[in-house]
Write a protein that binds this ligand. Structure first.
Ligand code: C2E
Ligand code: CA
Ligand code: CA
Length: 752
């Protein structure tokens, strides 16, 4: 009986110890989980501190009890070591020294945890054999022992698996990071302060034509010939850089420090060409994983090329490659400025000749555009037969050309040259075996005699050209008495003034849709003039007139009133839509524009974000400083801004970056022809990418068919506008269109 009783008490004691040991490992398990949450960055060390302390206290109470019964002191000191290792780790974490914390975790926390677990298992073994001796008295003890033994093993395995998982995760994220670097078009280099390279990403090896053994080659072993270094030689990034940019990069390498990166633009020699790169230098010398300066090189070459191409297009006619009206105006201003500087001596007068082909339309209509185009291409070489090398020939549009005779001297010479030009143009042209005859009318204006600024001289040469045409005289010199242009203009101008007060201006609305969903995301308001006698007049036929006569201010006000009134009606009907209004260059010079817009928004009770203002790049370029100030103030109001007709005018990407705009509209001349003209398609794609790089939403206008819309989706274009979606419509017709608009999927299906 006594024996039985004592055996029974041994059994009960063991079972209690077993339970304590189980509870201790449960506490350790929860401490481990807390520590894991901190080291894996899900919470801060502070977030787990309190819970950790509580768990430790509980574990200590249990340990003291279990120890007294198992006569071992090792468990407590093992827990001490574990606690202090965890404390070290969390301290490092809390000051952001993650890397070191992870090292402590692996080198100290892990083994300390294992040691505690080993001891717990050992004790559990002792306790369970004691329990086994009393098994016939307490079957429950055995059951618990078995469960506890399994539990401990499971915890230890958890911990090991966790370490393994972490190592896997690290490997995975390293692999991901490496894949990113491998695939990035950015070149990644690691160098020391002298520029000596220790790492080139695969893209860098490709571009710099460094032949090496696979990704992440450490240079020194296999520097390539293309980079100018022999095998085994040390490769220096400075040697790859264009001489005149070398100092800038050298300074960047010397000056960069861990707290502040440096960025420099340099030209870099590659296997085949010179590339412009923006290099950002980061100092990661103290990061053992890198141990050097990291140079991330972003290739700007394509952007520069796009800029050059756009600039060329902005100033040249696509068909003939001749300078266009803008470039002519620029050269004209230069020539006049130079002759003004040089004093008005003989030979300083400049003549402007405007040439209009007389029978061109006939050729186009009867033989087709192809013949017309080929003929236009032959005009330049024809004129060159007569002209001096320095004379400028420009195509102003259609069948209109201009010739600038700088320093022609006097009117007689200019007239003589004009007759010669007229004569060579009357000689037959041959296009694909067909002989074509044209005639030309030429108008002449001479600087000094007929005006001093390019705009006035252009207008006068134009008047003279019409006179030559009207009277069939071939060549005419400007004469103020033949300036029949004015009366008609004056009449229309009077009409326009009336139109503003008589409500003859109306707006049509054209939807802008999201390319991916087809959702209608706004409308552009386009003005029309309902003239009582002449009928509907298109904006291109009266906006320029308004711009040249100071009427554009009142006109824009009227358009804003109509557009905001409509925006308000849509808001009231519960279907708010953003309305875009076009601004002219003149509007951007108006310092009070923002106050005026703010007042109108208040008057109509329309939220600023529902108004978008579209401005062209060339309008901004008229006076960039003033325009930017006006745009900044409009932006501050909360009004959205958009760059219209992008690619068609003067293009200054540098300026674009500093404007508070949110949208870039690709000019419709590129979009409409992108299916047939691959260089236009390239431009559309590049402009969309450029817009995205600048954080702007890209809009393509002039979308005339489903194929273009589909191609735009492939280019990740955000918004589309064009006849394919809808023509500009009066408000009521627009509302009917909107109610019936099925969204993009169905629309594509309908459109085939
Ligand atoms: P914009 O700002 O580039 O306006 C787009 C023009 O493209 C509109 O001509 C529109 O009808 C036309 N369009 C739209 N989709 C297509 C398409 O798929 N294919 C083609 N070929 N054309 C399409 P609209 O209405 O004749 O306006 C011409 C220009 O007049 C506008 O060009 C804008 O510069 C100016 N404008 C129109 N309304 C105003 C205004 O209220 N104020 C000012 N300052 N200018 C205006
Ligand atoms: Ca527009
Ligand atoms: Ca436009």
């Amino acid at each position: 009986m006594t024996i039985t009783l004592s055996l029974k008490s041994v059994g009960e004691q063991s079972v209690r110890t077993e339970r304590d040991l189980q509870a201790i490992s449960a506490e350790l398990h929860s401490q481990d989980a807390l520590e894991w949450r901190a080291i894996s960055g899900r919470v801060t060390p502070y977030d787990v501190a309190e819970e950790l302390t509580r768990s430790r206290t509980r574990a200590r109470v249990l340990t003291t009890r279990a120890e007294s019964s198992s006569s071992s002191e090792k468990l407590a000191s093992a827990q001490d070591r574990y606690d202090s290792a965890v404390d070290d780790e969390l301290r490092l974490l809390s000051v952001g020294r993650t890397q070191e914390a992870e090292e402590v975790d692996e080198a100290e926390v892990d083994p300390a945890f294992d040691a505690v677990m080993d001891l717990l298992q050992e004790h559990s073994g002792a306790a369970s054999s004691a329990a086994a001796r009393a098994q016939w008295l307490s079957n429950a003890g055995i059951v618990i022992t078995v469960a506890l033994g399994l539990g401990l093993t499971a915890f230890v395995e958890n911990r090991r698996r966790r370490a393994q998982l972490r190592r896997d995760a690290e490997r995975r994220s390293e692999a991901r990071y490496r894949a990113l670097i491998d695939r990035s078009s950015d070149l990644v280099l690691v160098s020391d302060r002298e520029g000596v390279l220790s790492y080139l990403s695969p893209s860098a090896q490709r571009v710099l034509a460094v032949t090496g053994a696979g990704a992440g080659t450490v240079v020194g072993a296999g520097a390539g010939a293309g980079a100018g270094a022999g095998a085994g030689a040390v490769l220096n990034v400075l040697a790859l850089v264009h001489e005149s940019d070398r100092d800038a990069l050298r300074v960047a390498l010397q000056q960069v420090h861990p707290q502040r990166g440096v960025t420099v633009d340099v030209r870099l020699r590659t296997d085949s060409s010179m590339r412009t790169l923006a290099i950002s230098v980061q100092d990661l010398t103290s990061d053992p994983a890198v141990g050097g300066l990291v140079l991330t090189c972003h290739d700007l070459t394509e952007r520069h090329e796009l800029q050059q191409q756009l600039e060329h297009r902005a100033l040249h006619d696509t068909l003939t490659g001749l300078p266009n009206r803008a470039l002519l105006a620029e050269r004209f201003a230069q020539v006049l400025g130079a002759s003004a500087d040089g004093g008005a001596g003989t030979g300083s007068a400049t003549a402007l000749l405007l040439i209009d082909l007389d029978r061109f339309k006939e050729i186009n209509d009867t033989l087709g555009h192809h013949y017309g185009d080929e003929l236009l291409i032959q005009i330049d070489p024809r004129l060159r037969q007569v002209l001096r090398a320095g004379d400028t020939i420009a195509r102003l549009g259609g069948d209109e050309f201009a010739v600038l005779l700088a320093g022609v001297g006097d009117l007689e010479t200019a007239v003589a040259i004009a007759y010669e030009l007229q004569e060579v143009l009357t000689l037959p042209f041959e296009v694909e075996g067909v002989t074509l005859d044209v005639e030309a009318s030429i108008g002449i204006a001479l600087s000094g005699m007929h005006g001093d600024d390019p705009a006035a001289l252009m207008q006068r040469a134009d008047v003279a050209m019409y006179a030559a045409k009207q009277h069939g005289v071939g060549v005419a010199v400007y004469d103020s008495s033949i300036d029949g242009h004015s009366p008609e203009r004056l009449a229309l101008l009077g009409d326009l003034r009336r139109a503003l007060s008589n409500d003859e201006l109306i707006l049509h609305y054209q939807p802008k849709i999201a390319v991916d969903t087809g959702e209608v995301c706004g409308v552009e308001a386009l003005v029309r003039w309902q003239h009582p006698q002449r009928g509907m007049i298109a904006p291109d036929d009266f906006i320029p007139l308004a711009e040249n006569t100071g009427l554009i201010g009142p006109l824009t006000t009227r358009v804003l009133e109509l557009a905001l009134g409509q925006a308000r009606r849509w808001v009231d009907a519960g279907e708010a839509l953003q309305v875009a209004v076009n601004l002219s260059a003149r509007n951007l010079l108006d310092e009070r524009l923002d106050r005026h817009v703010a007042e109108l928004l208040t008057r109509y009770g329309v939220a600023p974000a529902l108004l978008k203002l579209e401005v062209t790049e060339s309008a901004v370029m008229v006076d960039p400083v003033r325009a930017r100030a006006v745009l900044q103030r409009l932006h501050a109001l909360g009004v959205q801004l958009s760059i219209d007709d992008f690619g068609a005018g003067y293009t200054s990407l540098a300026h674009l970056k500093n404007l508070p705009v949110s949208e870039l509209k690709v000019d419709r001349s590129f979009v409409a022809t992108m299916q047939t003209d691959s260089s236009n398609a390239m431009i559309v794609r590049s402009v969309i990418e450029l817009g995205h790089n600048l954080g702007l939403s890209a809009v393509a206008e002039g979308v005339e068919d489903a194929a273009v819309l589909k191609a735009l989706a492939g280019y990740s274009c955000d918004v589309a506008q064009g006849y394919h979606v809808s023509r500009p419509l009066p408000a009521d017709a627009f509302e009917r269109w909107r109610a019936a608009w099925p969204g993009i999927a169905e629309h594509q299906a309908i459109a085939g």
